[in-house]
Design a protein around this ligand. Structure first.
Ligand code: NAD
Length: 240
């Protein structure tokens, strides 16, 4: 098994779903992990289950990012994750919804990166990983805010990879396809509609959060040092 002994990680949006699975696997690989999310009760239970430190923080806000980064201390691994924007048609997105999506999906990552990058560069080692979505390459009609903001995150990290490659810091995104979490259950509650999606996925099933976490863990490892500026799709082949 790849080892993260001696590494410190901050995983946001980690009280459940993909963020939680990623935090759990990083812990199992030996990293010291701090997890952040907005709801204290869920977060505390998640942290106790995996032996992580925890901090209540809304990463859509300046104060939330500051709280998360202060609690985690100098980190070697950042996994930037939060809830996805709500669905709707592109022509119906309000100004408020664009703003909220910008803050939750794009600015959260940009601010977290700004806060952790100086320490990573000073140590000559760092892993920046953002959870995005298969919708970056294959926009979903009903997720316009997600499509736009995750493309922005992807290109921000690709651009940053150009700057910090020589400092031992890699910047990558992990793009999940349909993954069996609470978000998926919320978006695809109708069992027939869910079955029709499964039939379109080459793997003929939804992914598990642990399968997305495995991609995160690999990109966080020493062994992935020469992989930067990339998007790793974990989608059962849906994007082919
Ligand atoms: P989820 O809703 O199951 O979990 C989201 C986690 O983020 C929770 O812990 C929640 O408390 C936390 N969170 C939400 N907003 C936050 C905020 N502002 N600050 C701090 N924490 C916050 O979601 P998930 O299915 O695990 O998805 C994780 C990410 O991956 C989301 O951005 C989602 O859009 C994206 N994604 C998911 C799927 C899927 O099928 N599940 C597919 C593609 C992309």
């Amino acid at each position: 098994m790849l080892s993260l002994d001696g590494k410190r990680a901050l995983v946001t949006g980690a009280s459940k779903g993909i963020g939680f699975a990623a935090a759990k696997l990083l812990r199992q690989m030996g990293a010291e992990v701090t997890i952040a999310a907005r709801m204290e009760e869920d977060l505390r239970a998640a942290a106790e289950e995996i032996g992580a430190a925890w901090v209540v923080a809304d990463v859509a806000t300046v104060d939330g990012v500051r709280a998360a980064v202060e609690a985690a201390g100098e980190v070697d691994i950042l996994v930037s994750n939060a809830g996805g924007p709500p669905p709707g048609l592109p022509s119906e997105v309000t100004g408020e919804a664009w703003q909220a999506g910008f803050e939750t999906t794009f600015l959260s990552t940009a601010r977290l990166v700004d806060a952790v990058l100086p320490g990573m560069r000073a140590h000559g080692w760092g892993r920046i990983i953002a959870i995005t979505s298969l919708t970056v390459g294959r926009p979903s009609l009903t997720l316009p805010v997600s499509n736009a903001m995750r493309a922005a995150v992807t290109n921000h990290l690709r651009t940053l990879a150009l700057e910090v490659g020589a400092d031992g810091v890699t910047c990558n995104t992990v793009a999940p396809g349909y993954t069996a979490t609470d978000r998926l259950k919320r978006l695809h509650a109708d069992p027939e509609a869910a079955d029709s999606i499964r039939r379109k996925i080459p793997a003929r099933r939804f992914g598990e959060p642990e399968e997305v976490a495995a991609a995160v863990a690999f990109l966080a490892s020493e062994e992935a040092a020469y992989i930067t500026g990339q998007e790793l799709l974990v989608d059962g082949g849906f994007s082919i």
